[in-house]
Ligand binder design. Structure first.
Ligand code: ATP
Length: 350
């Protein structure tokens, strides 16, 4: 648990007023753009950085000033530097040899890690003889054999190509489900965080924006930043004003609002309205009418980029719908699927 944790490097405030409670056996991701304080927070949990202010508690005890080696965490870093002159088996067993475990125990644990990580056939090879994915698994193996209380992973998939990344993501998810242990995972990749985590902590400029389940982050984002950072294609955002007649004016069209939604808004006020691509439908008679700029065919779906003099939207349609660049189409907006944010500050109002 982190209690009012702050960290500054000179004049840079990397982490501000952070309160965060990670539960036992939970898989938590720290998500946010580069420089938002994810790694600094992870390093403070590991003991590699000391908070400027605040406390870090573990199992009820204060570990704020406990050195890393006494915290029983295992870290897997971005660069996963393996020892090039050691075989896979020696790399995996290294931390155990340093701790002077007896040879049969080391052998047992290395074999167990190799089994779980599908590295049995390459135990005698050197890192240079491995694929990127295998090297990544060796780095994980070095953490696993230590049987840590908590895994701390800092962008562990960032050196892999796109296909391998998705594949390894699934393997990691399966592995951590089996291990049933606590893990904190740093990533700037929202898809990784969404697919792997029990809960996601979204950071921006050193400030925790929201800490919730992937679905809650997606469907009930706390503010415009979280809403637009999570989801692919990204949420479209346009201005929308509540008219006297109770409808929402956006992109040159009027959208009637259900009473409970209207009741939350102020007449005459302009909001930022977020729309997810999958919540929009293209229909000839719907309003607003917009021009199709680009259609991206993904196979299972098509991403349709739309524009009008009033603004832009991204919609997702089925693979067979015949939207073509240059067409003018109607966009049907479901009033039950709106995300509304204050124009100033971007806090969610729905
Ligand atoms: P990335 O994904 O790029 O690693 P991050 O979200 O993990 O980003 P941090 O590495 O935690 O971000 O950095 C947060 C801020 O603190 C940044 O502005 C960074 O430049 C600064 N910072 C981090 N470590 C140090 C340091 N040792 N000395 C000075 N500034 C630092």
């Amino acid at each position: 648990m982190l209690a009012d944790v702050w960290k500054s490097f000179g004049s840079v405030a990397a982490v501000k007023a952070l309160d965060l409670e990670i539960r036992d056996r939970e898989f938590v991701s720290f998500l946010g753009p580069s420089g938002c304080g994810k790694t600094t927070t992870l390093n403070m949990i590991a003991g590699l950085e000391t908070p400027s202010r605040g406390r870090i508690l573990m199992d009820g005890g204060d570990v704020t000033r406990v050195p890393p080696r006494l915290r029983n965490f295992a870290m897997v870093f971005q660069g996963y530097a393996l020892y090039p002159h050691m075989t896979v088996a020696e790399n995996i067993g290294f931390a155990l040899r340093v701790r002077n475990l007896d040879r049969s125990e080391i052998g047992r644990r290395v074999a167990d890690a190799a089994e779980r990580l599908e590295l049995k056939d390459v135990l005698g090879r050197y890192p240079r003889q491995l694929s990127g994915g295998q090297r990544q698994r060796v780095a994980l193996g070095r953490a696993f054999v230590r049987d840590p209380h908590v895994f701390l992973l800092d962008e562990p998939l960032s050196n892999l190509d796109a296909v391998l990344r998705v594949q390894t993501r699934v393997e990691l998810k399966r592995l951590f489900a089996e291990l049933d242990t606590t893990a904190v995972y740093v990533t700037h990749d929202q898809a990784e965080a969404m697919t792997m985590s029990d809960r996601i902590a979204v950071f921006r400029h050193g400030v925790l924006q929201q800490f919730d389940t992937p679905l809650a982050i997606y469907r009930s984002p706390a503010n415009l930043f979280v809403a637009t950072f999570v989801g692919s294609p990204p949420m479209s955002v346009v201005d929308a004003t509540l008219d006297e007649d109770g409808s929402l004016r956006l992109l040159g069209a009027a959208l009637p609002l259900p009473e409970p939604v209207r009741a939350r808004l102020r007449t005459g006020e302009t909001y930022r309205l977020g729309l997810r691509a999958e919540d929009l439908a293209l229909a000839p008679t719907a309003a607003p009418a917009m021009r199709v700029d680009v259609v991206e065919h993904l196979g299972a779906a098509s991403i349709v980029h739309l524009s009008s003099p009033h603004g832009r939207l991204i919609a997702q349609s089925g693979p067979t719908e015949p939207a073509r660049a240059g067409d003018v189409v109607g966009v049907r907006i479901d009033p039950a699927m709106l995300y509304l944010f204050e124009r100033q500050g971007g806090t969610a109002v729905l």
